[in-house]
Design a binder for this molecule. Structure first.
Ligand code: B12
Length: 478
């Protein structure tokens, strides 16, 4: 089949993010014999014109697929909702298709958060919930040959015209024994990776999928499965080496939900990178749970110069309430070790969960500031997603009475906290300069961000907050 794959993401904050997921599914479809063309809306100023041009090609496309990464920016109260633009996109695509029988298929992380609701909201025909490497080619095959979709893992479809969509369950290996070694490498060059490097800085790469934790608000276990599925460390190193040698990439972001677990896999990836001596630097998400000094030491030797620590809170009761699997002391140790080793650290915090009070907010702010981090990104209010424990709490409390409410960005904010949180966090952030509050104060002007990237700065922007100049600038005009 001839497929048009559209990457719908146009968000440039904190950077334009290369469509890694779309590249994976593009490769999987190509490997199954399909002819895949792509359209990346990140760098497409006049979308309708671009669609008219590409959809009038002959022979016509047999299917149009959309990759939807973000539904909203998950920030409150400065919320951006991308859904209306995707609805308009599907409508435009459908109006330009030469025949009504050409299916529109949707996938991607945002789609997978609520696939049945989104299929209807978008007016799309089919979807794949979860990872697309297996399901997408099977879906194309089934559509081509008129076979039933009920056996396609992750398929989202209407069993009868007008009926509510159903989602075929995906059984990811329950033992966690599954590895990703049979998966294809992403077809990066179908897109324009160089442009992302110039505009964004870091090339994304994945070493594993899955998350074993059950943080109350988090979607990662729903998106990636609840056990780790690992790539062979040598395969990760091969892919990085190829990107270094072919595209001169020096800066990476490892997109795993957590890099440092399982520790033996993280260590093995670092060992392979150390052996190659690639002269790269990279950042990743990490958790204090199970982190050791020796692993951090190895990460540093392998090129890690910054970690984003999913701390969420630094108050014992709130950590337990959010379902976190580490203590305040573990978080403090990791912070100390990073300082000793010269690894920059950015804590991500989430305020306003069930049980949060002004006391717990103050305690978290105090304890985090005491660790002297490079930067802190703090959210006030937690995006509620269906299927998460927080979603269940919100439903029990009557805050969500109809599943369709999840389509709009809805947030959990403990009663009575709203004005306190905004005022307290803003003044705390103003005093320090290295606290970023994406939902409360826009932290960087798009022109400044572009300039920094044009000057060749290739690390996550929060690294800059260790410099006085940037600390002073961030809230200068407020
Ligand atoms: C790493 C990450 C980041 C990094 C990215 C760094 C980088 N250089 O890549 C950073 C920190 C920059 C980031 C920023 C943001 N992120 Co983010 N991020 C992630 C994370 C953890 C992994 C994304 C990833 O690369 N996965 C690996 C790829 C291979 O998987 P994938 O994209 O899901 O693709 C697979 C499937 O979805 C599917 N698929 C994909 N496309 C298609 C298309 C078709 C047709 C089909 C059939 C299948 C399919 O198959 C793919 C391969 O298996 C996800 C959560 C998660 N666990 O998925 C959140 C996530 C995507 N982010 C999210 C958000 C909200 C954001 C921000 C808006 C946050 C903010 N306020 O700043 C920004 C937006 C940035 C931007 N410009 O778009 C949300 C999106 C949900 C939502 N509420 O909309 C997620 C899902 C986290 C969450 N809250 O649940 N993010």
């Amino acid at each position: 089949m001839k497929i048009l794959l559209i990457s719908a993401n146009q968000e440039v904050f904190p950077d334009p993010v290369f469509p890694l997921g779309a590249s994976y599914v593009a490769e999987a479809a190509r490997a199954s014999g399909h002819d895949v063309r792509v359209l990346d809306l990140m760098f497409t100023p006049r979308i309708r014109d671009a669609l008219i041009r590409i959809l009038s090609e002959t022979p016509p496309f047999d299917a149009v697929a959309l990759s939807i990464r973000n539904l909203d920016n998950a920030a409150y109260p400065l919320t951006k909702n991308y859904l209306p633009s995707y609805i308009a996109l599907v409508q435009t695509v459908k109006s330009l298709l030469p025949s009504a029988g050409i299916p529109v298929i949707v996938g991607g992380s945002a789609f997978s958060l609520m696939p049945d609701l989104l299929l209807d909201a978008l007016g799309a025909d089919y979807g794949i919930s979860g990872e697309g490497e297996i399901g997408f080619p099977l879906l194309l095959d089934a559509l081509e040959k008129g076979r039933p979709l009920a056996c396609v893992p992750g398929a989202v479809f209407r069993p009868l015209p007008g009926a509510p969509p159903v989602v075929v369950p995906v059984s990811l290996s329950p033992e966690g024994a599954g590895s990703l070694s049979g998966y294809p490498r992403p077809a990066r060059t179908l897109f324009d990776p160089g442009r992302y490097v110039r505009r964004g800085g870091m090339t994304n790469i994945q070493t594993k999928r899955g998350c074993v934790f059950r943080c109350k608000y988090c979607t990662y276990p729903l998106l990636e499965g609840t056990s780790f599925r690992l790539r062979l460390p040598v395969d990760v190193a091969d892919e990085m080496e190829e990107l270094v040698r072919r595209d001169r990439i020096r800066s990476f972001f490892i997109v795993d939900s957590i890099f440092n677990l399982p520790p033996d896999h993280a260590e093995a990836v670092c060992d392979r990178l150390i052996e190659r001596n690639l002269r790269i630097r990279w950042s990743c998400y990490a958790t204090p749970a199970g982190m050791t000094y020796s692993l951090l030491e190895k990460m540093k030797a392998a090129g890690c110069d910054g970690i984003e620590l999913g701390t969420d809170s630094a108050e014992a009761g709130m950590l337990a309430g959010l379902g976190k699997s580490f203590s305040v002391e573990q978080m403090q140790n990791v912070s100390d070790w990073c300082r000793t080793l010269g690894i920059s650290i950015c804590h991500t915090l989430i305020f306003g969960g069930p049980g949060e009070t002004p006391r717990t907010v103050r305690e978290t702010c105090r304890a985090i500031a005491e660790t002297d981090p490079t930067a802190v990104v703090a959210m006030a209010g937690i995006r509620i997603y269906p299927g998460t424990p927080l979603g269940e709490i919100a439903e029990r409390l009557g805050r969500v009475t109809d599943r369709k409410q999840y389509l709009d960005p809805i947030f959990f904010l403990e009663t009575g906290l709203e004005s306190f949180l905004t005022e307290y966090l803003t003044s705390f952030a103003l005093e320090r300069g290295n606290w970023i509050l994406p939902g409360i104060v826009p932290s960087i002007e798009p022109t400044t961000q572009r300039l920094i990237r044009l000057l060749g700065y290739r690390r996550p922007l929060w690294h800059l907050l260790r410099f006085r100049l940037f600390k002073d600038r961030i809230y200068r005009d407020r």
